[in-house]
Design a protein around this ligand. Structure first.
Ligand SMILES: *Cc1c(COP(=O)(O)O)cnc(C)c1O
Length: 425
C-alpha cells in the first residue's frame, strides 16, 4: 500500500477539476478595515478585502477589542478545560444570558464554533426524538448536513424553499411521527431568505419541531440584531435558533437558543459540546460586547444595507451578471471554476482586490461565482473602484456577462435609496 500516492492522487483530482483551494496570506489592519496586508512570494502589498464575513467590521470595534484585552489581562488566555471540568467561566455564563435575551428564548448554549453548534445540536435532537424524521432544505450548510447524518435519523431533503414539497413530505410522515425541520434564514451563497412564517405554519399544522440557522442574519437584521426571525416577529414560533459569534459579531463561537429543556438536553448529551475545551473568557467577553453594542446601535445595520445596495446597483448598471439577492450578499456569476479562479487571481494581482472564488461543492457546478460582501466600511469610492476592476477583469478574461454587455462604470451622481428587503419567500 503506497499511502502517499493516495493523498497525492486525491489532491491531483482537485487540480484536475480546477477546484484546488489556495488561501491568500492576509493580515487585517485594525482601524482600516477592509484594508489588509497581502503577502505573496516574499512581497507585501496592501489590498482591499471584499469577501469578509466580518460583515459589520465588529472585529475591529473598540469596545469589542477592549472587552477582549481586558478579559485576557484579568483572566488569562485559555478557558482551562471543558465546561464539565473547569471551563465554565463567568463571561460564558453572561454570554449565554445575552444570547437567550437576544432571541427571546428561555436558554442558550455556546459552542466552540457555529459548525459544531449545528453538528452537535441537530445530531443530538434527532437522536433523542424517537423514530425522528428530519426534513432538510437542499441548500443547507455542510454543518447541518453533518448533524443530520450523525443523528442516525431518517432524512428527507426538500427542494430549496419549496413549501409544497415540504408539506407533501410532512403529510406523508403524518402528525404523530416526530419530525424536525432544519433550514436557514439567509442562504449565504445566493442571499435569498426562507419563507419562515410558512415553515412555522406547516410545522404547527403537522406538529413538527423547527430548527433555523440564522448565522448570516444575526447582528444584521432585526432592530436588536436578532436576525430575520426578529425582523419578522417570528422568533417565538421557531423552536431552536442557531447562530454564530464569528460573522457579524466579529469573534468566534456558535450557539443555540430555545426552550430550557431542549437546550439542557443538548448540553447533557452532545459529545461535540461535552468533550471539548470551552471558549476562552476573552472571546466570550468580546462576543458579549459586540452583541450588546448591536442590540442598540442601528448605525452599522443601516450603513451595511446601504452599501450593499449601492454595490448591487453599481455592478448591475455596469452590465455585470449580478445574481438576484434579497440581502447584503452580492453574488456575481462566472459559471466556470477555472475562470472563477482566474478572475479572483487577476483581481488580487492587478487591482489589489481580494474576492475568494466560490466553486463546487460550496455551490452547484456551473454556478461558480464571486461572492461579494460589502460592509459599512466599504466606501462609495471603494465601490466605484471595485466596479471598474470587475469590468476590466470580465473583459480581460472574456467572461460572459449574461444577457447584457459589460459597459463599464456609469457616471451617476444620484443618491441610492436605502432599500431594506421586506419579507422572504
Ligand atoms: C459559516 C456557517 C456556519 C458555521 O459557523 P462558524 O461559526 O463559522 O463555524 C454555519 N452555518 C452557516 C450557514 C454558515 O455559513
Amino acid at each position: 500500500m503506497n499511502y502517499k500516492k493516495i493523498f497525492d492522487e486525491a489532491i491531483d483530482q482537485l487540480h484536475a477539476e480546477k477546484r484546488y483551494r489556495v488561501f491568500a496570506d492576509l493580515q487585517r489592519i485594525v482601524g482600516r478595515f477592509p484594508r489588509a496586508v497581502w503577502r505573496s512570494q516574499g512581497q507585501e502589498r496592501e489590498i482591499t478585502v471584499w469577501c469578509s464575513n466580518d460583515y459589520l467590521g465588529m472585529g475591529q470595534h473598540p469596545s469589542v477589542i477592549g472587552a477582549m484585552t481586558q478579559a485576557t489581562s484579568q483572566m488569562g488566555s485559555g478557558a482551562g478545560g471543558t465546561r464539565n471540568i473547569s471551563g465554565t467561566n463567568h463571561p460564558l455564563v453572561e454570554l449565554e444570558q445575552e444570547l437567550a435575551d437576544l432571541h427571546g428564548k428561555e436558554s442558550a448554549l455556546v459552542f466552540t464554533s457555529g459548525f459544531i453548534s449545528n453538528e452537535a445540536s441537530i445530531s443530538t435532537i434527532g437522536r433523542l426524538l424517537p423514530n425522528c424524521l428530519i426534513l432538510s432544505d437542499e441548500l443547507n450548510h455542510a454543518s447541518m448536513i453533518e448533524g443530520v447524518r450523525r443523528s442516525g435519523a431518517d432524512k428527507k431533503v426538500f427542494r430549496h424553499n419549496d413549501m409544497e414539497h415540504l408539506e407533501a413530505l410532512l403529510a406523508a410522515a403524518g402528525r404523530d411521527r416526530a419530525k424536525l425541520i432544519v433550514f436557514e434564514s439567509v442562504y449565504s451563497m445566493d442571499g435569498d431568505i426562507a419563507p419562515i412564517k410558512r415553515i412555522a405554519d406547516l410545522a404547527e399544522k403537522y406538529n413538527a419541531m423547527t430548527y433555523i440557522d440564522e448565522v448570516h442574519a444575526v447582528g444584521m437584521y432585526g432592530v436588536r440584531g436578532g436576525g430575520i426571525t426578529e425582523r419578522e416577529g417570528l422568533a417565538d414560533r421557531i423552536d431552536v435558533i442557531e447562530g454564530t459569534l464569528a460573522k457579524a459579531f466579529g469573534t468566534l463561537g456558535g450557539y443555540i437558543s430555545g426552550k430550557r429543556a431542549v437546550i439542557d438536553a443538548v448540553r447533557s448529551y452532545a459529545p461535540g459540546f461535552i468533550f471539548t475545551t470551552a471558549l476562552p473568557p476573552a472571546i466570550a467577553s468580546a462576543a458579549t460586547a459586540s452583541i450588546r453594542h448591536l442590540k442598540t446601535s442601528q448605525e452599522e445595520r443601516t450603513r451595511h444595507q446601504a452599501q450593499a445596495q449601492r454595490t448591487k446597483i453599481a455592478l448591475t448598471e455596469a452590465g455585470l451578471p449580478v445574481m438576484e439577492s434579497e440581502t447584503h450578499i452580492v453574488p456575481v456569476l462566472v459559471g466556470d471554476p477555472e475562470l472563477c479562479k482566474q478572475a479572483s487571481d487577476h483581481l488580487l494581482e492587478k487591482h489589489g482586490i481580494y474576492i475568494q472564488p466560490i466553486n463546487y461543492p460550496t455551490v452547484p457546478r456551473g454556478t461558480e461565482r464571486l461572492r461579494i460582501t460589502p460592509s459599512p466600511f466599504h466606501t462609495d469610492e471603494l465601490i466605484e473602484g471595485l466596479t471598474r476592476a470587475l469590468c476590466e477583469t470580465w473583459r480581460h478574461l472574456g467572461i460572459s456577462s449574461g444577457d447584457g454587455q459589460v459597459t463599464g462604470v456609469q457616471q451617476t451622481e444620484r443618491i441610492v435609496p436605502l432599500i431594506v428587503p421586506k419579507s422572504g419567500g
